[in-house]
Design a protein around this ligand. Structure first.
Ligand code: NAD
Length: 455
């Protein structure tokens, strides 16, 4: 097995974090009394991270009102402008459900605590910050007995994935419901496709393909003089591996997850390549092209191509090929999926066997309909572990391309390189987890030269 000797977390740091997670897990054994049993109960929501997706997720949450009353009561965001825009949009669209007066709008790095302090056990916290903060925010939510919706990815490295596994168990012990924003799993068309594949409509899966190719993305820098290094790296999370897992994790996790779902297995290893061809003076850590071969336990391969270069073929789709035929899992982006099956491997109309009827509902709404139904109906609902594995195997592909090595699942999971140790203690004046070199640039991956770690 390819050993990855990665060490960053100090022992004292490791012990402090471990003790905190252990405390949450132990406290979780006193089970939470079930709340929101009746559809008439008011569910209160706090939004943490009020950017594009957070505002969208709050919109989806409030749109479940036909299941029972639900209100947004608190917001936390570290950029004033983002908070303002989100407040304007949500208060205009939901005048009767937006109940966030100025004293329940929080802008500090500890705002997540203050926003969750406005809730009562059984209410819902939304986490739509960059993924680095997930374990910090989830730990506090579990302490408070809150249900959670958190966006993908939920981790960017091995140590925080292991922490997520522990938090998943702690959430279960408290009977908490947790949704993870891999919304395609809630798409009714993809669910029907999954069933048809299990029933043998396209035979045994022999190959899968995923593509996310488009114009230049996540180029960044240099840092504006009036912004702290920490704040800069949080704001540009698509550009830095510690805060967002970079372009690869943030963009490609959906295809890795949806194809693994169709295969009904997780990849055990990844082999990858990529390069930094046209990034000019950009200071981010990304490659602009990636090609990753994932291997599943039975030897089946999934090939993934990610590229962000202007003027090239653009595609945002995923496909499954079986011994009898093929299927389209995603046609163009996430919704509508326009899922179809075909006889043979030429994906023509003449060969089409089945197509999910159009128009189809948005999975961004369906994932919320399902979460709130589980909360109101007290059904088991915990997507943490699955979301953490999806995040881990995506990171495994990223690491394979960035190091030029074949990375095994166990290596990625057991790696001790935590990209942002002590994040629960960091803030405005802390040294950022990533330091620029004398030329003002941050370390970028150098495959073959830096083998045991990504940078
Ligand atoms: N499921 C999907 O299809 C989908 C789509 C888009 C984004 N996302 C995910 O949602 C997350 C956010 O993405 P986005 O596009 O909304 O980015 P964004 O930059 O628009 O929003 C993130 C917000 O979080 C704020 N923030 C950062 N750290 C914070 C902290 N510690 N406390 C409070 N606020 C903080 C930022 O200032 C920003 O406003 C990412 O994980 C991304 O991958 C998922």
């Amino acid at each position: 097995m390819n050993h990855i000797p990665l060490v960053r977390t100090s022992r004292r740091e490791f012990l402090r974090t471990t003790a905190r997670i252990a405390a949450v897990t132990a406290a979780a054994s006193s089970s939470l009394p079930f709340v929101h049993a009746a559809g008439s109960d008011l569910i209160q929501v706090a939004l943490i991270g009020c950017g594009g997706r957070g505002t969208g997720a709050a919109d989806n949450a409030l749109s479940t009102v036909r299941q029972g009353p639900i209100k947004l009561v608190a917001m936390a965001e570290v950029f004033d402008e983002k908070l303002k825009r989100s407040v304007e949009g949500l208060s205009r669209k939901f005048p009767d459900q937006f109940d966030v007066p100025p004293d329940r709008r929080f802008t500090g790095w500890d705002g997540y605590k203050k926003a969750m302090d406005c809730l009562k056990p059984g209410d819902v916290a939304i986490f739509a910050t960059p993924p680095a903060f997930r374990w910090v925010h989830l730990t506090y939510a579990i302490e408070k007995g809150l249900n959670v919706f958190m966006e993908k990815p939920v981790t960017v490295d091995g140590p925080t994935t292991r922490r997520m596994f522990e938090l998943a168990d702690a959430a279960d012990k408290k009977n908490l419901k947790v949704g993870v924003g891999l919304m395609v799993r809630h798409c009714r068309g993809r669910q029907e496709l999954w069933k048809r594949i299990r029933e043998g409509e396209i035979g045994d899966i022999v190959l899968m393909r995923g593509y996310r190719t488009g114009g230049q993305a996540a180029n960044t820098g240099p840092k504006p003089a009036n912004m702290s290094e920490f704040r800069f790296q949080v704001q540009r999370f698509h550009s830095f591996l510690w805060s967002g897992g970079g372009l690869f994790s943030d963009y490609n996790i959906h295809q890795v997850d949806e194809l693994s779902w169709m295969k009904d297995a997780w990849p055990v290893s990844a082999h990858g390549t990529g390069g930094r061809h046209f990034r000019g003076n950009s200071v981010d850590q990304n490659f602009d092209s990636y090609s990753v071969e994932y291997t599943y336990p039975d030897g089946t391969k999934m090939f993934f191509i990610g590229r962000h270069m202007n003027g090239c073929h653009e595609e945002f789709a995923s496909y499954v090929h079986g011994t009898k035929g093929a299927a389209i899992v995603s046609t163009a982006a996430h919704t509508p999926g326009r899922v179809r099956t075909f006889k043979g491997h030429n994906l023509t109309r003449a060969n089409m066997l089945w197509a999910f009827p159009q128009p189809e509902p948005s999975p961004y709404q369906l994932e919320w309909d399902d979460l709130i139904a589980a909360i109101r109906g007290n059904q088991p609902y915990n997507e943490i572990k699955r979301g953490a594995i999806a995040s881990l195997v995506t990171s495994m592909g990223r690491m394979a391309a960035h190091t030029g090595q074949i990375i095994q699942y166990e290596d990625m999971l057991n790696s001790d390189h935590e990209y942002a140790p002590g994040l629960d203690q960091l803030g405005e004046d802390s040294p950022a987890p990533l330091q620029a070199g004398p030329d003002g640039k941050y370390p970028v991956p150098t495959p073959g030269q830096t083998k045991g770690r990504e940078f």
